[in-house]
Design a protein around this ligand. Structure first.
Ligand SMILES: [Zn+2]
Length: 245
């Protein structure tokens, strides 16, 4: 009996039905690429930091931080453009359906300790946003869009997206960027690339959700996969490795 192959889990079966083919992404400098980092803030990434922070150490989230820091360091060393969203809300202004999180002026709304140095990098643009979709969060009072300006001013041809949550803020931003690109708003942008190991989402297993009131289950591995699957279906490229040549 010990030699038997274990039967496929529900997640294995769903992944087989919703395959996400991934390739390796090599940055050689020929295609002007910008790094977009979504919400690497304490309120989503640091254990115990708030209502939407992990309650215990989380492998997917710590791996996402590690890979994001590696890429941010490499982009900054090469003086390539980096754009970082920081989820930040005014106290007393709710963001349904979520509980209060990342309140302005608290450490929840600050970059994780491993990325604090980004604040002093000349080629990094930091943008606080008070909504899920960072593209919408970049709309200014005069109707201009700070993210559009960043792409156009830097003549960015590809964006590489990392961050949290794969199926929420990362996905919504990717979908909006793809629509904006298709409408010609982001010229010369061609490719929207999402790095699977550079993304993560939160874990709320179905057994925990069932025991709580008014909570929707959100199994981490599956929702991460579904986020990537939808991004790919909308036209993003999903990559499993990012290297520099
Ligand atoms: Zn938020």
């Amino acid at each position: 009996m010990g030699d038997m192959v274990s039967p496929p889990t529900g997640i294995d079966l769903l992944k087989a039905e919703l395959p996400v083919d991934q390739e390796a992404f090599v940055l050689n400098g020929d295609v002007k690429t910008g790094l977009v980092m979504v919400d690497l803030v304490n309120g989503f990434c640091t254990v115990g930091a708030g209502n939407l922070a992990p309650m215990q150490p989380d492998k997917q989230i710590s791996g996402m931080i590690e890979e994001s820091v590696r890429l941010a360091r490499a982009f900054c060393d090469k003086k390539w453009p980096v754009f970082a969203f920081l989820d930040t809300h005014h106290r007393g202004v709710p963001e349904p359906p979520y509980p209060p999180h990342c309140i302005a002026g608290t450490d929840e709304a600050n970059l994780v300790p491993e990325l604090q140095w980004l604040e002093n990098e000349a080629n990094a643009t930091l943008r606080r946003k008070d909504c899920i979709d960072g593209f919408i969060g970049c709309v200014e009072k005069d109707g201009s869009n700070m993210f559009v300006d960043w792409v156009v001013n830097n003549q960015i041809q590809a964006i590489l997206v990392v961050g949290i949550c794969t199926d929420i803020c990362v996905l919504d931003f990717i979908c909006s960027a793809l629509s904006a690109r298709n409408r010609g708003l982001l010229s010369p942008l061609q490719d929207v690339v999402v790095y699977s190991r550079g993304c993560a989402t939160f874990d709320l297993p179905v057994r925990v959700a069932r025991a709580a009131k008014d909570v929707i289950a959100h199994p981490q591995e599956l929702m991460h996969h579904i986020g990537l699957y939808i991004a790919k279906g909308r036209g993003a490229k999903v990559v499993s490795e990012v290297t520099f040549s």
